[in-house]
Design a protein around this ligand. Structure first.
Ligand code: 5AD
Ligand code: SF4
Length: 494
């Protein structure tokens, strides 16, 4: 009988993408998906540790799984991802019934580790301290994939992060920055497009520094060979980067946007996240020039206070941030801007917070992901417990920040009423199955009535007739293109 698996994901897009790869590896090994824990032979929990409560959520879920496993003794439990990377022994100690623990650097080993457990019957724990950069196969996107959607794909362009934001656990769990060879990224997008994918989202912790580490590796090659020809072709950037044999010192993220945007069949390119200190004019120019690149910039602010930004080691001031944002708005027609903001960083005073409110109002965000600061053991800011902002103060600041963000959000949405927007259909609306839901190029959610059925992956134009803080509503005008992918029909095992 076919064995069944279930992957549960906590956390960010990077994690969701790793989960797609875990699913792909399991399916390549003959497992079939299930949505019911009770039916699963393998349950994978792909964990996150960026903010608080991740541990509580994980151990809560594990507690529940234990009772299921007691009823189904053959069931295997795998814990993967950032929390596993950080707390490897703790997982094994607190939940000894977990069968396999693996970290962020060895997702590709999931099935082998599962087999090892099946062979030995003993718990298997494998956490690597870093990714082996030489091997292209180790990039999550190079593994087989079971995509959540047929029309959209995440493509990892870079793993790890070389910054050291005082609040952030990512460098500790994801390691230092490694860029994926340019040619590999483009080849993956071409493969995805051949499968009918029309929207790609390029993923990295700091996409604008893409290629920085490649320069060093290329220099090493040049130094030994004296020529550029010995370079692994996968590193070459194509015509955007190599012109008449003259090569720029490194491929820029902007070159990648241009090459990916040129792949036939790709109608939308998105990316996340750029670091404000590294946002270059070339990136803005590529966003403006390449029709497929969506007019949406996610530019994490974190704080509007120069004092707090310095304490966070963000590498920019509020003015510098706003200048970069103004340059982006001047260069890209009709740009939507979103951000991440943390309230209650240790030592944040009322005046610091007022500065954040002011920058947020000035930036006129389309939307913002707002977080109450949570100390992550092992980060620099975790040592600033004495300066902790009381919870009620942080909660109050959060509410005030939400009011400012929602104000600009609503204004932006209202300004769309009367316009015709291109929408990528995601499927029936969850609240009202008679209506369809899709996303504009700005990534705004649109609910619209459909006279004719439209499959997920269809591009259509919609006349916007109404707006709220969270979404637009409208009426369909015209279907531009049907979905190019085949619909995956789950095969039930007999
Ligand atoms: N506390 C609160 N928010 C955090 N983020 C990262 N680390 C923390 C933390 N310790 C937020 C940042 C980042 C987003 C992905 O998560 O705003 O941009
Ligand atoms: Fe974390 Fe800063 Fe790196 Fe983003 S840039 S992943 S916030 S350390």
């Amino acid at each position: 009988m076919t064995k069944r698996y279930l992957v549960r994901t906590f956390g960010c897009q990077m994690n969701e993408h790793d989960s797609e790869r875990l699913a792909g590896l399991l399916e390549a090994d003959g497992y079939a998906p299930t949505t019911e824990v009770e039916d699963a032979d393998v349950v994978v929990l792909n964990t996150c540790c960026i903010r608080e409560n991740a541990d509580n959520k994980l151990y809560g879920t594990l507690g529940h799984l234990k009772s299921v496993k007691d009823r189904h003794p053959g069931m295997e439990i795998v814990v993967a991802g950032c929390l596993a990377q950080k707390d490897q022994e703790v997982v094994a100690e607190r939940a000894p019934y977990v069968d396999v623990v693996l970290g962020t650097h060895n997702v590709h080993r999931a099935v082998e580790l599962l087999h090892e457990h099946q062979r030995t019957g003993r718990p298997v724990l494998e956490i690597l301290s870093e990714t082996v950069a030489e091997d292209h196969e180790l990039f999550p996107s190079a593994l087989p994939v079971v995509r959540e959607s047929g029309h959209s794909a995440w493509v990892t362009i870079q793993i790890g992060c070389d910054n050291s934001c005082a609040f952030c656990i990512v460098p500790a769990v994801r390691g230092s920055e490694i860029s994926r060879p340019f040619g590999d990224v483009v080849a993956e997008v071409e493969r995805a497009a051949a499968d009918g994918v029309t929207q790609v989202t390029l993923l990295g912790q700091n996409v604008n520094s893409f290629g920085r580490d490649l320069t060093l590796r290329l220099r090493g090659d040049d130094a030994t060979t004296g020529t550029a020809t010995a370079v692994d072709p996968a590193f070459l950037a194509g015509p955007a980067w190599v012109a008449d044999g003259a090569r720029r010192p490194r491929p820029l993220f902007a070159d990648l946007l241009r090459s990916v945007g040129d792949v036939p069949g790709i109608r939308r390119v998105r990316y996340t996240s750029p670091h404000p200190k590294d946002l270059r004019p070339e990136t803005i120019a590529a966003m403006a020039d390449v029709p497929a690149v969506c007019e949406h910039l996610h530019l994490p602010l974190q704080s509007g206070s120069d004092r707090i930004l310095a304490a966070m080691h963000r590498g920019y001031t509020a003015d510098r941030y706003l200048e970069r944002l103004a340059a982006a708005r001047a260069g890209i027609d009709d740009l939507a801007v979103t951000t991440d903001i943390i309230v209650g960083f240790p030592g944040e005073t009322d005046a610091d917070f007022e500065a954040t409110l002011q920058v947020a109002a000035e930036a006129r965000y389309d939307n913002a992901f707002t977080f109450v600061y949570s100390p992550r053991p092992g980060t620099e800011a975790a040592g600033l417990a004495d300066a902790a902002v009381p919870h009620d103060v942080a909660a109050d600041r959060m509410a005030r920040l939400r009011t400012v963000v929602e104000h600009s959000s609503r204004q932006d949405h209202e300004a769309r009423v009367g316009r015709v927007e291109e929408v990528l259909v995601e499927g029936p609306s969850r609240r009202d199955p008679q209506r369809l839901t899709g996303r504009t190029r700005h990534n705004r959610l649109v609910h619209f009535a459909a006279d004719e059925p439209m499959r997920a992956g269809t591009y259509a134009t919609v006349l916007v007739t109404g707006a709220s803080t969270t979404n637009l509503v409208g009426d369909p005008v015209e279907v531009l293109a049907g979905p190019a992918h085949r619909t995956r029909i789950p095969v039930s095992a007999g």
